[in-house]
Design a binder for this molecule. Structure first.
Ligand SMILES: Cc1cc2nc3c(=O)[nH]c(=O)nc-3n(C[C@H](O)[C@H](O)[C@H](O)COP(=O)(O)OP(=O)(O)OC[C@H]3O[C@@H](n4cnc5c(N)ncnc54)[C@H](O)[C@@H]3O)c2cc1C
Length: 400
């Protein structure tokens, strides 16, 4: 029998994380409330984060690192907490159920230590991974190019071997945290013939430090979530020593696969936390808000919306737990990762749409985090594999 009851250790971690968010993170967010209510106040002219906002984010991340939350998903031998996937579901759910804001920086995302970096050798681990696990530095995951988003078989960024080094040329786009990362992880074609023939081999992943000559951050995009993070990475004859290769040369996509499934599960877990927050706030609001002499919670249409959110949330929670448990058993969960990423992001999107509707005019005002979650939910259906790419993976698993 599968038992998803959180272990005593997980319960203690979640309790500690909740207390950290409430006692330390919320006061910082309240001090900077204007930045979180009004996105245009968060960003500089060029789209990067204002220094005060960046300092607040850095403070939360580093304190979380000090307390051992930030890198707790990583194995103990690299300084992490060795928490399993089921435990991380409960942690991500907790992190996301406080309304979107600084609490989202308490656990590592793609800007932090990921399973992909377990492919680093000892020297690289010491230099790059150890400070990342502690939250002292940040990174980014550079795969997408202007002509290669879903179509990862269309990369044009190239790395040509020259003695013991590689010369990188090309460009990445929409890369989260690019503008602020201490080093970037970038995918480049090292064997064009093999890449063309196989579509998966012939691509190598490199670490590029932010001050390496030939590398610069290009235009910073202002997306609908205005988080000040997505930017271009530009490489012009950027010379990189072979010591900066992550894992095996030519096997970059296999290196990435060690994280992609986990990344999808993390997003799905956060969706459950955010939907719980929306449900709680919507139930409260429906009981408080009176029209035509009675609370709106008495109207069948409103009750139906709340019942729909609760039902889908229940389904989402159980499918994520099941997928996390399978991962912990060492199972391959390619289609299951697509199930949870596709279902949970859409579940959150529908929940956020209903939460906006239930809150009426207040639902679209920036005073409440509801509209921000609605916009974030829309983005989550595109990143880390769009809805359609997840459905393609699922269809393939059906033999189609
Ligand atoms: C906020 C944000 C953060 C991001 N962060 C990162 C990051 O940190 N690192 C990184 O590398 N990338 C990042 N990305 C890029 C993201 O991964 C891509 O935007 C995504 O993969 C989609 O690629 P695209 O935008 O080129 O769309 P396209 O691939 O051009 O897709 C356009 C439409 O066509 C559909 N489509 C494409 N191919 C197929 C197909 N075979 N079958 C059916 N439908 C298809 C898509 O589903 C979509 O609806 C980020 C994007 C955003 C918006």
């Amino acid at each position: 029998m599968i038992d998803f009851t959180p272990s005593e250790e997980t319960r203690m971690i979640v309790k500690g994380l909740r207390s950290f968010i409430e006692k330390e993170v919320k006061p910082i967010e309240e001090k900077h409330r204007e930045y979180f209510e009004s996105e245009h106040k968060r960003l500089n002219e060029d789209g990067s984060l204002k220094p005060e906002v960046k300092a607040a984010i850095d403070k939360v991340r580093m304190r979380s690192g000090e307390l051992g939350y930030y890198g707790m998903h990583m194995p103990a031998d690299v300084g992490g907490g060795g928490i399993d996937r089921v435990g991380m579901f409960f942690a991500h759910r907790e992190m996301a159920r406080h309304g979107l804001g600084l609490n989202m920086y308490t656990l590592a995302g793609p800007e932090g230590p990921t399973q992909m970096l377990l492919n680093l050798n000892d020297a690289q681990r010491k230099k790059f991974l150890a400070p990342l696990v502690k939250g002292e530095i940040t990174t980014c995951f550079g795969l997408t190019e202007p002509e290669a988003g879903s179509d990862i078989k269309n990369l044009t960024t190239k790395a040509e071997k020259q003695g013991d080094s590689f010369i990188l040329n090309g460009m990445k786009t929409f890369i989260t945290n690019a503008a602020h990362a201490d080093f970037v992880q970038v995918f480049a074609v090292t064997d064009s013939k093999l890449y063309k023939e196989s579509g998966y081999q012939g691509v190598t992943t490199f670490i590029i430090e932010k001050d390496r000559p030939g590398f610069k951050v290009g235009k910073i995009n202002r997306s609908i979530i205005d988080d000040g993070g997505q930017a271009e990475l530009i490489f012009e004859n950027c010379k990189v020593p072979k010591e900066n290769v992550i894992g095996q040369e030519g096997m970059g996509f296999y290196v990435a696969m060690s994280w992609i499934g986990v990344g999808r599960l993390n997003i799905a877990s956060m969706c459950v936390g955010m939907a719980e927050y929306l449900l709680e706030k919507s139930v409260e609001y429906a009981q408080q808000r009176t029209t035509f002499g009675k609370p709106i919670s008495k109207y069948q249409h409103v009750r139906g919306m709340l019942a729909d959110i609760a039902t889908e949330l229940y389904a989402a929670e159980h499918m994520v737990l099941n997928c996390a448990w399978r991962m912990d058993q060492g199972e391959q969960v390619v289609k299951e990762s697509s199930f949870v990423k596709y279902f949970c992001t859409n579940m959150l999107f529908r929940a956020a749409d209903k939460a906006v509707q239930i809150h009426g005019g207040m639902g679209v005002m920036k005073e409440l985090p509801i509209e921000r979650i609605f916009r974030f939910a829309r983005v989550l259906r595109i990143v880390e594999g769009t809805d359609e790419i997840q459905k393609e993976t699922i269809a393939r698993s059906l033999g189609l």
